[in-house]
Design a protein around this ligand. Structure first.
Ligand code: ZN
Length: 367
């Protein structure tokens, strides 16, 4: 019997959530073993510049199908989980994709898991594009450094943690002795918000990350009033009849004040230009810069780009790659900002554009 051909034999779908920069893509690479089941990986990105796909290849796995979808999977019609799985199913029928044994959907860090889970719980009763899928697990990454503050301050991060049945604690290896109290704060946070979830500390050598993708069937805990209320609010019938709530379902409204901006450059930058930019950005934006991802070509060796990550104001050590991850050798910067003046941020980005001779001549004038 082919997997997915009947409701009793569905294709498992794993939802991977977790706030911006909490290490989802890194974890995904570690969970997928080359000799593991054939997996369709759907990476949903926030922003127009496809960069996560390249970051994924940097970390390297090749046995799986990776598809990138832009447009938020939690709130953009036509890009929701049902439509995505129908597209996958059609691609298998058309022979564009070989049959898969499981699906992993990596959401954007800003995705609200409740509409996605709600849709999957309903959709598992009928076929999508002729195949049956079931939600096997909701996995959430929780950053040991920033996770506690993020979950306390942001409802989306709180919901991501509350809905998970498997929690992956990431970056625990970045905690030094001084911040070991943070680790106990993380444990207390989980005990308070989601005590029933299975917890994996993925920095622990004894923990096998692929265990996060073990078999299962996601079922929301009916005794938990918070998650049942959030799921209830997503009910299609309730939405259809509630005019007061209707405005909340417009695309984009789940992510007020958060926007994304990006820059693509054909020519390499000088290291001074990049450092000046990063310093200005840090001073101006602080932790309101939720996320910065960059692949940057510098003039000293444009064939070996830098990989830059900033997460809520904290810069990770820059990594120099031995080669570009794909044929696209342009410098690409993607920024996700919360409440920062958009024109000011774009003005700052514009300082990275190569100056024209006229501009340069003007800026060299002594007045
Ligand atoms: Zn959304």
């Amino acid at each position: 019997m082919t997997l997915g051909s009947t409701p009793d034999h569905p294709i498992p779908v794993y939802l991977l959530t977790g706030f911006l920069g909490s290490g989802k893509t890194t974890l995904l690479n570690r969970m997928l073993r080359h000799d593991g089941p054939r997996t369709a990986v759907i990476v949903n990105e926030f922003g127009d510049v496809p960069i996560d796909n390249d970051l994924f290849k940097v970390d390297g796995t090749s046995s799986s199908l990776v598809e990138t979808s832009t447009g938020c999977i939690c709130c953009e019609p036509g890009n929701d989980i049902e439509s995505t799985l129908v597209r996958l199913s059609n691609a298998i029928d058309d022979g564009e994709v070989a049959a898969v044994e499981r699906v992993v959907v990596e959401t954007t860090g800003l995705a609200d898991p409740s509409p996605i889970i709600n849709q999957m719980l309903i959709a598992s009763r009928y076929s999508l594009g002729g195949r049956y899928f079931v939600l096997a697990s909701v996995i959430t990454t929780l950053d040991a450094l920033k996770g506690e503050v993020t979950v306390e301050e942001r409802l989306l991060a709180h919901k991501q943690l509350a809905f998970a049945d498997r929690i992956a604690i990431t970056k625990a290896d970045m905690l030094d002795a001084v911040s070991s109290t943070r680790r106990s704060a993380i444990d207390a946070l989980i005990a308070r918000i989601n005590p029933a979830a299975r917890v994996f500390d993925v920095c622990d050598r004894l923990v096998q990350p692929e265990g996060l993708l073990s078999e299962g069937r996601y079922a929301p805990d009916a005794s938990r009033h918070d998650i049942m209320a959030w799921l209830e609010a997503e009910s299609p019938i309730k939405k259809a009849f509630s005019s007061t709530q209707a405005s909340q379902w417009l695309p984009g409204n789940r992510h007020t004040d958060v926007y994304t901006t990006s820059l693509i450059l054909d020519a390499p930058l000088t290291s001074e230009q990049m450092l000046d930019f990063l310093n200005l950005l840090h001073d101006a934006a602080g932790d309101r810069l939720l996320r910065f991802k960059g692949l940057v070509a510098l003039v000293d060796d444009p064939e070996r780009p830098y990989l830059l990550h900033i997460v809520q104001g904290i810069m990770h050590p820059p990594e120099r790659l031995e080669a570009w991850p794909s044929d696209d050798r342009r410098t690409r910067l993607v920024l996700i900002a919360d409440g920062i003046d958009e024109s000011a941020l774009n003005g700052l980005l514009a300082t990275l554009k190569p100056r024209t001779r006229f501009d340069r001549a003007r800026s060299e004038l002594p007045f």
